[in-house]
Ligand binder design. Structure first.
Ligand code: NDP
Ligand SMILES: O=C(O)C1=N[C@H](C(=O)O)C[C@H](O)C1
Length: 268
């Protein structure tokens, strides 16, 4: 039973007696496009407390000194591995939205975690619920269509291409196609300019558009004789990622080891 008597809590916050203690959270990449949004969302959440904001040039030890139990990382593919290593070494759980994770990187993180069996790391290329559902729907549909290609469209400030979401979607679709015994998507191209047919991710073509005015969008195009199926997801605002980020922040301490994607957190 909860009472209305306030009791002192760490980091200056107070909680109602009997209520779960607030979770101290640090944000890496805190001044970036996503970091700014995460700082707002954590600040607004009654069960979380923002204790550290770290950006390029700041001291990473601030998150440990501030007592963060969970760190959220939205930085850059070239620095994220060092950040995760630091957090695991300091027994801090991690929620990672930064892209650039292939199987080799994921295996490296899993290896670090073996030495810290109580620490949890969630790495998700996309925290948007609609984007996660699109990936699942594409996986389900893939076996019915001889052809699949992916188009991802983003704001021009994005440094990586193709997007982490598109790369993961392509890998999932490719695995579903393989499992169904489908041959490669038909393609007679013998003469093309470099890049015209997009990147090849496990045999699935992925095309990247960078356009002022866009935020984050993806289309999965599937074709069979006489019909096509187009699955499309649009993030018009970075607020769309916040329910997934907050869910992962709340869940990560209960999920030791490496969790890839938020599907399992959503019971998908
Ligand atoms: N999983 C998901 O749902 C989503 C993932 N993303 C991914 O998140 C990442 C960040 O995206 P976005 O916010 O748009 O990028 P931004 O460039 O806007 O933000 C990244 C921030 O991290 C800072 N930074 C660089 N190095 C460090 C470091 N060592 N420690 C702490 N901060 C550092 C950058 O500083 P500086 O600019 O000075 O380098 C910048 O302020 C990308 O990989 C993107 O693809 C984006 C949206 C959703
Ligand atoms: O950089 C972005 O903006 C985004 N990055 C992620 C990705 O690369 O998949 C997620 C989303 O597409 C927005």
């Amino acid at each position: 039973m909860t009472t209305s008597t306030p009791v002192p809590e760490q980091h200056g916050a107070t909680v109602e007696a009997g209520a779960a203690p607030v979770v101290p959270v640090g944000v890496l990449g805190a001044r970036g496009r996503m970091g700014t949004e995460v700082v707002k969302a954590v600040t607004a959440a009654g069960d979380l407390e923002l204790v550290a904001m770290v950006d390029a040039g700041d001291w990473l030890f601030d998150v440990a000194n501030a007592g963060a139990q969970v760190v959220v990382d939205f930085t850059r593919p070239d620095v994220v591995m060092d950040n995760i290593r630091f957090c695991i070494d300091h027994d801090i759980h991690c929620v990672v939205g930064t892209t650039g994770f292939d199987e080799e990187r994921l295996a490296t993180v899993a290896g670090w975690l073996r030495a810290k069996p109580d620490v949890g790391v969630v790495i998700a290329p996309n925290f948007g619920i609609g984007a996660v559902l699109l990936m699942r729907f594409a996986q389900e549909a893939a076996r019915f269509f001889p052809s699949t290609e992916i188009v991802e469209l983003h704001h021009p400030g994005k440094v990586d291409a193709p997007s982490g979401t598109a790369a993961r979607t392509a890998r999932l679709v490719a695995a579903a196609r393989d499992a169904a015994g489908l041959p490669p998507s038909p393609d007679a191209t013998t003469d093309s300019l470099p890049g015209a047919r997009g990147a090849d991710v496990d045999g699935v073509r992925v095309h990247a558009v960078r356009l002022t005015g866009l935020v984050a969008h993806q289309e999965v195009l599937m074709g069979a004789a006489g019909e096509t199926l187009t699955l499309r997801h649009d993030s018009y605002d970075r607020a769309s990622f916040m329910p997934g980020v907050l869910l992962a922040v709340r869940e990560v301490r209960r999920r030791p080891g490496l969790t890839v994607g938020v599907e399992s957190l959503l019971d998908l």
